[in-house]
Design a protein around this ligand. Structure first.
Ligand code: FAD
Ligand code: NAI
Length: 472
């Protein structure tokens, strides 16, 4: 006999598990299906984000940053250390514990909110009167509404599949057993910079090969240049404008043939290679074709701006649909879909989704870059404030970078905020709030910010829009 639900969510990543919790909160009898297995074969809800993405990468970034501070910066504070070492197995073990705490936390939340969890692969079986039949192994479920949140997978280089030993996706990159002497990365995007930073801090010689001629093309030019300078100074070798050719694996490691920006043939020999060239939407095993679910030519599920698919009662959220592949974007869509199913007006503001790269310095931004505004021909005023002139940053010993604000020339509405520097990931929240309320730069300039705090740099950047900084 089939089990009936109001809402069935397929996938328990940040898009899916949050959609399921919100649907249950709204009074729906809700099921969530996820197939991810932990090392013992048990359930591991949380998706890419919890298992091989946001959470484990931040755990390793934290460990490696502690190591970097101990190695290079403690002495400035008068702290001496002898025989500093890194136990990679323990560091990876700590990361695994953090992941498990998050997996268990989600299972607890499902219980608390009365979401029925199924461990296994969910697949469409057929459409029925007023809903859909979904199978999970031997079980047959029926749901009036289905929310697909099946996420994404790492994209491999053509002809070079991931073996997760020498050629690594984000999965293998997060469980390397020892510090590679030489590490190569293909792609200087978000994963390339975060994972490159982890292993560089621990002592690897890291080279990043990037196809585009510009560094971090989506980031504001000024911020991207400042970041490039900082990473290069730290010892990250970044080669831009390359064309990666044949990748050969052997006993000694990996050899990457490539053409450099000047057109010369080059070879990079490394112990391991991380390939981080973007991700592809995942609909494997969904049996989407059986019900006629429409995909685009990238394999993403086609949705409207409300996350409705071409099938009545079927919704899709997160990495498997258009838009930025970010956990918080997936969560926002999950909440909005549950509320729309309940007849409410769920809302996601795509103009105020923040981006953060958790390197050191951190990079964070929301809204439009200066180059976008120029291309649009929109008149704007920009103000910057360097952390070098911020008392808290000096006390922290972390003065790299700046806060930059761009505002409409006529109305002064904030159009974008771009930060490279300490705690940019936290500072950006003020900018997101301000932009969500359509604040002006003058609004931020008039708000009292605690002293000494890094957030004073945001206030000063707002003052800089009007050319009246107080501390610079
Ligand atoms: P996913 O998290 O991919 O979850 C999909 C789930 O569905 C998985 O558990 C999968 O097993 C399951 N599934 C798939 N098909 C089926 C099926 N047929 N039946 C049952 N289950 C199925 N984003 C940020 O915002 N901040 C970060 O710091 C960040 N860091 C990242 C670091 C790395 C290394 C990577 C790779 C990504 C990072 N991301 C980050 C991106 C973030 O992880 C994704 O945007 C987010 O996980 C997308 O959520 P989702 O719910 O759409 O899909
Ligand atoms: P990405 O899109 O950030 O970067 C991929 C890079 O690879 C680009 O610079 C691209 O030009 C380059 N590239 C593509 N093909 C190439 C080739 N053949 N040779 C050389 N370079 C090539 O993708 P990435 O780093 O794989 O991450 C995937 C997604 O995961 C991100 O876009 C982001 O959405 C998410 N993510 C978010 C994080 C965060 O929010 N802090 C952290 C990590 C990932």
């Amino acid at each position: 006999m089939s089990k009936s639900f109001d809402v069935i969510v397929i996938g328990a990543g940040p898009g899916g598990y949050i959609a399921a919790i919100r649907a249950a909160q709204l009074g729906f009898n809700t099921a969530c299906i996820d197939e991810w297995k932990n090392s013992q074969g048990g359930p591991a809800p949380g998706g890419t984000c919890t298992n091989v993405g946001c959470i484990p990468s931040k755990a390793l970034l934290q460990s490696s940053e502690h190591f970097e501070h101990a190695r290079h910066h403690f002495a400035d504070h008068g702290i001496g250390l002898k025989d500093l070492s890194i136990d990679v197995a323990r560091m990876i073990g700590r990361k695994d514990t953090v992941v498990k705490q998050n997996n268990d936390g989600i299972l607890y939340l499902f219980k608390k909110n009365k979401v029925t969890f199924f461990h296994g692969r969910g697949a469409f079986s057929k459409g029925i009167d007023g809903g859909y039949q979904i199978t999970v192994g031997e079980e047959v479920l029926t749901g009036k509404h289905v929310v697909i949140a099946t996420g994404s997978n790492a994209r491999a280089l053509p002809g070079t599949p991931f073996d997760e030993d020498l050629v690594l996706s984000n999965d293998g990159a997060l469980r390397v057993g020892e510090v590679p002497k030489k590490l190569g990365l293909v792609g200087s995007g978000v994963i390339g910079l975060e994972m490159g930073s982890v292993w560089r801090r621990l002592g690897a010689e890291v080279t990043v090969l990037e196809a585009l001629p510009t560094f971090l093309g989506a980031v504001d030019d000024q911020i991207a240049k400042e970041s490039h300078k900082a990473f290069t100074k730290q010892g990250l070798k970044i080669e831009l404008g390359v064309k990666v050719g044949k990748v050969t694996t052997g006993k000694k490691g990996v050899s990457v043939a490539y053409t450099d920006a000047k057109g010369a043939d080059q070879k990079l020999d490394v112990d391991r290679l991380i390939v981080s060239i973007g991700r592809v939407p995942n609909t494997t095993g969904l049996n989407a074709a059986s019900v006629g679910l429409k995909l685009d030519d990238r394999g993403a599920i086609v949705v409207d701006d409300q996350c409705r698919t071409n099938l009545p009662g079927v919704w899709a959220v997160g990495d498997v649909v258009r838009g930025p592949m970010l956990a918080h974007k997936a969560e926002e869509e999950g909440v909005a879909v549950a509320e729309r199913i309940a007849g409410q007006h769920g809302h996601v503001d795509f103009n105020t989704i923040p981006w953060v790269i958790y390197t050191s310095p951190e990079i964070a931004w929301v809204g439009k870059t200066e180059q976008q505004l120029k291309a649009e021909g929109r008149a704007y005023r920009a103000g910057t404030f360097p952390f070098m002139a911020n008392g808290r940053a000096r006390a922290l010993g972390d003065t790299t970078g700046m806060v930059k604000m761009v505002a409409d020339a006529a109305t002064d509405e904030i159009l974008g905020v771009h930060i490279v520097g300490p705690m940019a990931s936290e500072l950006i929240a003020e900018a997101v709030v301000a932009m969500s309320f359509r604040a002006s730069s003058e609004d931020i300039a008039r708000i009292c910010h605690a002293h000494p705090s890094l957030s004073e740099s945001t206030k000063e950047a707002a003052l800089a829009v009007d050319k009246r900084t107080l501390n610079f």
